[in-house]
Design a protein around this ligand. Structure first.
Ligand code: ATP
Length: 348
């Protein structure tokens, strides 16, 4: 049986339906991300799990016990927020020990646990400092230690990295994941950053207008997007409108090229999605060859991002920098290679 189960969860504020028939089961020790644009309802789902919002309908259970009507402090949940939210007048050690103190844990036991937690987050020397004496990254680590100290059954993280600068974000990402693995704690992480979600998660829930569009591993979400929204939101995607020549066998025309997709299509016109990394400059050993005209060349160092016109439609792709060959010039006609199997059908 799953460890955390959200079943037919709905949340409305007045007439606004913010979360719609949301279902999710999470295994013990899994790291799950809720990924989606601002306003799609991810924080509301997290707040319902924490007990800060009551679902309009639906149930939440943790470790086989229904908690839908329990108060936050009865759920044994640890939470970290976007803003550091440490108590400014308490030291780091007092912050980390706060949850245990509230529970009436004996002092010596608190001191021991605080020491363990500070070691876990790599800040063993900083127990006597105050939050204002810490960097943003250190404050977030302390917030994590504070959430973990009472040994919660589920850890909830609400955009904990979004207030940090880029370098700290990436290193803290890896640290959080390492700590989560070490403790084996079931975790739900809310983010609008697809790279964060893909790099950290066992599974990702892509949310859109209150609905879970797709639940899957990062590999599946990226390579086999279930909806047009997922295809467009996760990663960069070229969209190409093509005319269907033969619906039964999936033959389409893209500019001057006929492509056999080898799968049935609806008749008329369809939109295909194509990841930039599926396109090469030159046909190479790909099965499909297209002709395009270079419109923009962005030299990024190790790679060069090219934007081209393909029969009136824009297409972006990358080529590795080869220091012995200059990149193509704007205005030149080039051959592109791709495999027809890499074309995603994303809309009819
Ligand atoms: P963000 O990344 O911006 O936090 P989100 O995906 O987490 O977005 P939510 O915070 O869950 O989105 O909000 C979803 C929708 O519900 C928004 O339209 C928001 O304005 C609305 N909403 C959230 N809380 C309330 C509330 N207490 N009362 C009324 N509307 C609310």
């Amino acid at each position: 049986m799953s460890y955390l189960a959200l079943t037919h969860l709905e949340k409305s504020f007045g007439t606004l339906r913010v979360v719609k028939d949301f279902n999710l089961t999470v295994e013990k020790g899994e790291f799950i991300s809720l990924l989606g644009p601002s306003g799609c309802g991810k924080t509301t789902v997290l707040r319902m799990v924490a007990g800060f919002e009551t679902p309009t309908t639906g149930t939440i259970s943790i470790a086989g016990k229904e908690v839908t009507d329990l108060k936050p402090n009865q759920r044994n949940i640890g939470m970290v927020f976007q803003a550091y939210a440490l108590f400014p007048n308490l030291t780091v050690a007092q912050n980390v020990g706060f949850g245990l103190k509230v529970k009436g844990t004996p002092r010596a036991q608190i001191a021991k646990r605080v020491e363990e937690m500070l070691a876990l987050i790599g800040l063993p020397e900083l127990g006597n400092r105050y939050p204002f004496q810490l960097s943003g990254g250190q404050q977030q680590r302390v917030a994590l230690a504070r959430a973990l100290a009472p040994k919660p059954s589920v850890l909830l993280l609400d955009e904990p990295l979004s207030a940090l600068d880029a370098k700290v974000r990436v290193s803290l990402r890896n640290e959080i994941r390492a700590i989560q693995r070490e403790l084996g704690i079931t975790t739900i992480f809310v983010t609008h950053d697809q790279e964060e979600a893909l790099s950290m998660s066992d599974r990702v829930v892509v949310m859109h207008e209150g609905i879970a569009d797709q639940v899957g591993t990062p590999f599946d979400i990226y390579n086999r997007p279930a909806t047009r929204f997922v295809a467009g939101f996760v990663g960069t995607l070229n969209t190409l409108d093509v005319q269907v020549l033969d619906a039964a066998t999936g033959r389409v025309r893209l500019g001057a090229t006929e492509i056999a997709l080898a799968r049935p299509l609806p008749p008329g016109a369809v939109t295909l999605g194509l990841r930039p990394e599926a396109v090469t400059l030159g046909q190479g050993n790909h099965d499909t060859r297209l002709t395009a005209t270079i419109r923009e060349v962005d030299f990024l160092g190790s790679v060069i991002r090219l934007r081209a016109d393909l029969a009136g439609q824009p297409i972006a792709f990358d080529t590795f920098n080869n220091s012995h060959a200059a990149p193509p010039q704007v205005g030149t006609e080039v051959t592109l290679g791709l495999n027809a199997a890499d074309l995603l059908v994303i809309g009819a």
